[in-house]
Design a protein around this ligand. Structure first.
Ligand SMILES: [Zn+2]
Length: 346
């Protein structure tokens, strides 16, 4: 299972939460104890502080097969000069580095989904050790979190930034403004269908301004998705007045107004498969869908006599996410539908 210990926590926190102007490259050292053979795993964090300004945490590869955020943040680390910022950036380009190194959503050390591990626990496996470190030692001391996801190998999303529901209206307004400033084709007021252990839930509960992004996916970080990630990070840093000028190393895309979308009935917006089978998709991403349209058909290859299962849309909207695989299992997300106007949640 890979039980883990952090070896240098105090030293790491001192270098992350810098008091004066500095750019620190830090490794959190985890000792993994496996069958009495100890291994060292290093998780890179980069902390940059210059003058006073917001404390912002930027996260990539929360899931290891979502490389878009990692690529953009890695370039940011290499290119951003301390003199160019006003504020404090804490950058974790690959939160789930062991998973990223294997191209998997989850780490092979323990197969635990990082983004389902942010709850109160005493688990010592590596994924929980990383998420507990973030939860207990980093998040309490930051103001704003930008967590960059994508569809990974199994899904594709229309590039979007997401903001969240808060009891505190001013936090919600900030989350919404940052999501809009990101400048993806859409920004979405997000609700989790299965929220247990997710970072967004923890961040909202901890009263942190949290924004996430879903940028493409399908196993390849496309030129378009990377460009939206580069520009999104640039736009957010500018909006927060952390940088004054556009980042020089990115290819700027003309800023179009991001379109606001909602969910209006989670059971109808999220279409999950209720069975295993071969999915014949009948919709395209970023296309309109009307109530009663055929979303797709699931075929049962070992039961030729069985009627294929037709999946019908129960609402009208836009297809903003699709599965990236034909072989689907019970519980897989098949299609995600966004709508222009929220019904029940606004
Ligand atoms: Zn993700």
């Amino acid at each position: 299972m890979g039980q883990a210990n952090i070896l240098n926590k105090d030293e790491v926190l001192k270098k992350v939460f810098i008091k004066h102007k500095a750019k620190n490259h830090i490794n959190v050292n985890f000792e993994i104890i496996n069958n009495s053979q100890n291994k060292l795993f290093k998780l890179p964090i980069i902390s940059m502080k210059n003058m006073s300004g917001p404390v912002v945490l930027l996260i990539g590869a929360n899931h290891g097969d979502e490389t878009e955020g990692f690529i953009s943040l890695f370039k940011l680390i290499k290119n951003l000069k301390l003199e160019d910022i006003k504020g404090h950036l804490i950058i974790i380009p690959a939160l789930n580095l062991p998973a990223l190194n294997n191209g998997n959503r989850v780490s092979l050390f323990d197969k635990i989904d990082m983004n389902r591990s942010f709850y109160k626990n005493n688990n010592n496996s590596l994924t929980f050790k990383i998420s507990n470190f973030l939860k207990e030692s980093i998040i309490p001391n930051v103001e704003i979190i930008l967590d960059i996801h994508s569809g990974g190998r199994n899904r594709k999303f229309l590039e979007m930034a997401k903001y969240y529901q808060y009891e505190n209206k001013s936090l919600m307004k900030k989350s919404k403004e940052i999501a809009m400033a990101f400048g993806a084709p859409i920004y979405l007021k997000h609700y989790e269908k299965n929220p247990h252990g997710m970072l967004d839930v923890l961040a909202v509960k901890s009263k942190k301004i949290y924004v996430s992004a879903e940028l493409g996916g399908g196993g390849l970080a496309s030129k378009k998705s990377i460009s939206i990630a580069d520009n999104g990070i640039n736009n957010v840093l500018k909006f927060l007045k952390i940088i004054k000028y556009d980042l020089k190393y990115i290819s700027k895309i003309k800023k179009k107004k991001s379109k606001l979308m909602y969910f209006n009935d989670l059971n109808k917006n999220f279409i999950f498969s209720k069975t295993d089978g071969i999915f014949e998709i009948n919709v395209n991403i970023d296309s309109k869908i009307t109530k009663d349209d055929l979303i797709g058909t699931i075929h049962f290859p070992d039961k030729p006599k069985k009627e294929p299962k037709r999946i019908i849309s129960k609402l009208s909207g836009v297809v903003i996410g699709i599965t990236n695989k034909s072989f689907v299992k019970k519980g897989d997300l098949l299609v995600l539908i966004g709508v222009i106007k929220g019904k029940n949640y606004d």
